[in-house]
Design a protein around this ligand. Structure first.
Ligand SMILES: NC(=O)C1=CN([C@@H]2O[C@H](COP(=O)(O)OP(=O)(O)OC[C@H]3O[C@@H](n4cnc5c(N)ncnc54)[C@H](OP(=O)(O)O)[C@@H]3O)[C@@H](O)[C@H]2O)C=CC1
Ligand SMILES: O=C(O)C1=N[C@H](C(=O)O)C[C@H](O)C1
Length: 264
């Protein structure tokens, strides 16, 4: 587990330890190096000490790495995994398209595979799919995402991917709802095809997103709320178990859900 002491990393450690088909072999988090995993995550009795460096890992003892760190670390961790034939499931957001291209190339040549997903919650996956379905039928579109105030990136990875998918599903573009005067930033950030994204960061939030479509006399709001980081765990566990069968680089968990749940 890369980022074992983080909010997501600790939840993933717990989920893996509670899953009969998985074993937690190593936990990494540089700032917590040498500390007992239980001290950092309240998961008692694992007998694992947190490692500070990738090079302390024993590649032969790791089938799948999971990364919830930050973008630059996650990119380097993935390249390490490609070199050492370790499959990797990445939930970290903020990787650039160039970095993703490089990982695609690296994993096309590696014995191991990589999955990158901006959101492992089933409801968020469905929100993105429903938004794609609605896109061609409406004139305007705005995305509002709400997150806890410790989040490093804005907009969220989920909002960026949602906007990209909505834009691909929309011929031409959305109309621009013009105002005659506006305060800088008040209308959010405009991305592709006139879709606006607004990012709220607030204590009390976990991860929430609303996609709003408008047309004459009506709006459609598609909203997803993660109230708890456990919402991501079934998707993460599914990805851990499926990654060895997914050659090269996979983006999102949709194709895995297709196989397991027959979603499309
Ligand atoms: N795909 C999904 O479904 C989800 C994705 N996320 C994404 O996951 C990422 C992490 O989120 P969150 O857990 O809230 O963040 P946190 O800041 O709580 O956790 C990140 C952890 O990674 C550690 N870290 C930094 N660099 C390294 C490294 N090189 N090796 C190992 N550990 C490292 C950090 O240590 P330190 O504090 O010392 O820097 C920290 O403990 C974010 O990008 C977020 O957007 C979050 C939720 C769901
Ligand atoms: O940082 C978070 O918390 C989350 N990050 C991901 C994102 O950027 O989309 C997924 C989810 O929204 C939680």
């Amino acid at each position: 587990m890369f980022g074992a002491g983080g909010q997501m990393g600790a939840s993933v450690c717990r989920a893996v330890l509670n899953d009969d088909d998985c074993e937690l072999s190593s936990a990494l988090d540089p700032r917590l190096a040498g500390i007992d995993l239980g001290q950092a995550t309240s998961i008692l009795g694992t007998g694992l000490s947190i490692l500070g460096e990738r090079d302390a890992l024993e590649p032969d003892k790791v089938d799948v790495a999971v990364d919830f760190t930050e973008a630059e670390a996650s990119f380097e961790n993935a390249l390490f995994c490609a070199r050492n034939s370790i499959h990797i499931v990445i939930g970290t957001t903020g990787l650039t398209s160039r970095q993703i291209e490089i990982l695609k190339e690296a994993f096309s040549k590696s014995n191991s595979n990589c999955l990158i997903a901006p959101n492992f919650a089933i409801g968020a996956v469905l929100m993105m799919r429903f938004a794609e379905l609605a896109a061609p039928l409406f004139e305007t579109c705005e995305i509002i995402e709400f997150h806890h105030n410790r989040k490093a990136d804005a907009p969220s990875g989920t909002a960026l991917v949602t906007a990209g998918r909505i834009a691909s599903a929309k011929n031409g573009g959305f109309a621009q709802d013009v105002t005659s005067a506006e305060l800088d930033g008040a209308r959010g950030s405009r991305v592709d095809k006139n879709i606006s994204i607004h990012s709220v960061r607030m204590a009390g939030m976990v991860a929430h997103q609303e996609v709003i479509f408008g047309t004459t006399g009506q709006t459609l709001s598609i909203r997803h709320d993660s109230y708890d980081r456990n919402s991501f765990m079934p998707g993460v566990l599914l990805a851990i178990k499926a990654i060895s069968e997914r050659d090269g680089l996979t983006i999102g968990i949709e194709s895995i859900l297709d196989d397991y749940l027959g979603l499309r």
